[in-house]
Design a protein. Sequence first.
Length: 226
Amino acid sequence: MKEVNYISHLNGVFRRFSDDNKISSSHRSLYLAFFELWNQKRYPITIILNSKQVMALAKIRSRTTYHKLLLDLTNWGYLQYHPSTSPQIGSLVEMSRFDTHPDQKMARTYPVSEQVPVQKLVSFNKHKSKHIINSFINTCPKNEQEVIEFFREEKRSSLEAKKFYNFYESIVWKLNGKNPITNWHACARSWILKADEIKKGLKSNSPSHYRDNLYTSKNKTMESRY
């Protein structure tokens, strides 16, 4: 697969949006959310879909609205959606290419006066999108393997790392369902400390502890009789 040209692709998409009367601002928002994730993962042929993550990026609250917009984008050729029948396996999305438009080669023939406004707009959109993507990367790990490696450095099991990753992935890496996590490493360390506290609490309240207390109390009672 030829490497995706960031600017050319966005230009192609915006041009198609302009010519497509069916496209609404919500469609645009959802598509750009997919594009951010696609860019973050270095443009693979398919990307695994986390609907909560996409809805948060697109500022869509209703799951019904989300699926309707997704179906529209699929039917209109902006992407291909492959739903999964298993809750453990995410659905797949294949993004259509828009950076191979025939008139891309004609870009240098445009007068300078016509090029400048377009270039400024593209530069601004590119900078803004990169800022959003970089902010998202800083608030959560790239993938599960990165979390496993971090937990190994902390001398913790891969199972515990997977539990941590799956929990926060399911709530879109937010605290209390509202505030985005700004440092997932610190969040992971807090998770580890909390797990240790829970483990110590379980040990102190274990059945053997109660049996020992019962045995000691029984002995004391018997000794008092003699």
